[in-house]
Design a binder for this molecule. Sequence first.
Ligand code: HEC
Length: 169
Amino acid sequence: MRLLTQLVWVFTVLAILLAVVLLFTYDVIKVEWISFMEIQPSHRQMEDPLPVPARSIPIEGPVSIPGMLPPENPVEADEASIARGSELFEIHCRMCHGQTAEGNGPIAPFLANKPANLTSPIVQSKSDGSIFLTITNGVEGKMPPLNENLLVHDRWDLVNFIRTLTIED
Ligand code: HEC
């Protein structure tokens, strides 16, 4: 009889221990262990990007200075730059502006604001700096700013590529 009581006690204690372990295993009780990778400001995929700290400038230097004229094109329009621009256009612009840049990309029919025809005199008459700023800042409510996806140099390569598009009358 005494042995039975002892066994009951042992099993009761074991069951309680198991229950406590399971509470942690299944995160019923969650302990935030210190993990240094996690203690940092971060954002998940598709979340809004973190705001740029005040008064900071990109490592590639200031893109443009507010209140000043659009920047001058510092990248020579050589073959390599145009080739890079063409490739970047495929990746970042073609879906809206189209293979021939006439504003007829595959998703253009679904957009409320039609993408501009980049071969048109309206666009081609703009300065390099102005096109650069369009890529950088987008067009409010119509075209997204692409400064996050493209380095400053990439954007000038794109400008150089856009310049090679023949003007259509
Ligand atoms: C989500 C679709 C979309 C993408 C991606 C996009 N654009 Fe646009 N873009 C537009 C729309 C829409 C307009 C027309 C805005 C308007 O009506 O003023 C436009 C206008 C422009 C203009 C003319 C702006 C002006 O002031 O007349 C340029 C230049 C331009 N885009 C270049 C680019 C380049 C270069 C890329 C790729 C790096 C790009 N766009 C990617 C939708 C897009």
